[in-house]
Design a protein around this ligand. Structure first.
Ligand code: NAD
Length: 435
């Protein structure tokens, strides 16, 4: 078993650290945020993610998982160092490499013997070589090290499962020594027969962006088909289901809705489009997907307006704020764009999310009201809008909602229900892509 350091204990770093410790490695998670490290040392996860907390506490108890703020002492004994810091968007759309480069500069100060530096952050093509150069320039030729790209494909809400049972593991490096080390890191997954692909740095870096952009395209495609359904009298659920039954297409990512969001798709599509532009190979499909996704969110606001008339002074109940169920992550959630547009039109927002209320307060402050359940959010509302498809919203008590709402209108931006079942309850119903 190996000694591993993971730098950055955000969504990806924390899941990586906890799962690698669970595979039997001794792992130290490092973060510059002392509050996060203090929580983690107590076994408390700073994020809501199914199955993560028990994994953290169990491996802390087994003395295989440690957390600290000091990079220097974490590097000394580590054979492998994962970089899992953020790569947010710059104004140009390019990925901001500041955090990754700061870590590279820090590593250069402390490396004293052979290490494998593994980039798990999603980075532009060529970033691995840049990391190598920063470290090499400071270290000189005496100390050997390798830089590997090992992109992460986990889905928030299923992060632990996805790390332990991934569709594939991608390892990008030309170094046979680094390949041998990485095969030991992922021995557990290789033994299970998980597809394990070794390629060069550049291909590994591109695989991540290409995969995310393709998924974002699939979502955007079905959203545009849903909009067409509304115009021509077709029904998106049936159209999508029958498309998905074609094994060449597949059923996933064909649920029409308010547009993609989250910590990855928006920034990764922008970054890939930027890479295309600067490489002289414009990625016109990706560029269009980005624009169409923005329009989809704006379209949702128009849908709400169509249902309630002028928004000024109207109370709206909103269900779901996280960018998808199973997480408290609000990064680039469609809910943010939709709420900001509704607030700009002077609507009064009462919101409920099963997990993301604390995160929502950081984003919206006192501009919206935070409710303890769907029924409190619905109280006095002219319409109830479902933005995130949390499972618990499927069992809403409609007679109870009718009693407390000013007007029984449901705007279901995730198509959780069918028009027939909602109309039975005496509600006006609007959804996405039902002509
Ligand atoms: P995050 O913002 O949740 O976490 C980043 C962490 O790095 C933070 O805790 C921050 O304090 C820490 N950090 C920043 N600079 C540091 C430094 N110099 N030393 C130590 N710690 C430092 O980000 P995330 O969502 O975990 O994403 C990390 C990377 O993984 C990104 O490139 C992202 O695109 C990629 N990714 C994310 C997901 C996802 O679902 N969130 C999935 C696949 C890939």
């Amino acid at each position: 078993m190996m000694k591993i350091t993971v730098i950055g204990c955000g969504y990806v770093g924390l899941v990586t650290a906890a799962c690698l410790a669970d595979f039997g490695h001794t792992v130290t998670g490092v973060d510059i945020d002392p509050a996060k490290i203090a929580l983690l040392k107590k076994g408390t996860s700073p994020i809501y993610e199914k199955d993560l907390t028990p994994l953290i506490t169990a491996n802390i108890q087994r003395k295989r998982l440690f957390f600290q703020t000091s990079l220097e002492s974490s590097i000394k004994d580590a054979e492998v160092v994962f970089i899992a810091v953020g790569t947010p968007s710059l104004r140009s759309g390019a990925a901001d490499m500041e955090q990754v480069m700061a870590v590279a500069a820090g590593l250069a100060k402390y490396i004293k013997d052979y290490k494998v530096i593994v980039n798990k952050s999603t980075v532009p093509i060529g970033a691995g070589k840049q990391v190598r150069k920063i470290i090499q320039d400071r270290l000189g030729a005496d100390i050997e090290f390798d830089v590997v790209s090992n992109p992460e494909f986990l889905r928030e809400g299923y992060a632990v499962k996805d790390f332990k049972e991934p569709d594939r593991v991608v390892i990008g490096t030309d170094s046979p020594q680094a390949q041998r080390v990485m095969a030991r890191v992922y021995e557990e997954l290789i033994k299970k027969g998980i597809p394990y692909i070794q390629t060069n740095l550049e291909s590994a870096e591109l695989i991540k962006y290409a995969s995310n952009a393709f998924l974002a395209t699939k979502i955007t495609f079905i959203n545009e088909i849903a909009n067409l359904c509304e115009a021509v009298g077709a029904e998106i659920s049936t159209v999508a289901r029958c498309m998905g039954l074609d094994t060449r297409i597949g059923p996933q990512f064909l649920a029409a809705g308010p547009g993609y969001g989250g910590s990855c798709f928006p920034k990764d599509t922008r970054a890939l489009a930027h890479i295309g532009r600067t490489s002289g190979v414009p990625l016109t499909i990706v560029e269009t997907v980005i624009t169409a996704n923005e329009e989809q969110k704006a379209r949702m606001v128009r849908k709400i307006e169509d249902a309630v008339g002028s928004l000024q002074g109207k109370t709206l109940g909103l269900l779901g704020l996280a960018f998808k169920p199973g997480t408290d992550d609000l990064r680039e959630s469609p809910a943010i764009t939709i709420i900001n547009k509704l607030l700009a039109d002077d609507a009064l927002i009462k919101a409920y999310d099963p997990q993301a209320m604390k995160e929502a307060e950081k984003v919206f402050g006192k501009t919206i009201s935070y409710c303890v359940d769907p029924y409190t959010a619905a109280e006095g509302a002219e319409a109830l809008v479902i933005i995130t498809d949390w499972e618990e919203f499927r069992s809403l008590d409609f007679p109870q909602l009718r009693k407390v709402m000013a007007s029984p209108t449901l705007i279901d931006l995730r198509n959780l229900f069918t028009p027939d079942e909602i109309k039975k309850h005496g509600f006006r119903y609007k959804s996405v892509g039902r002509g």
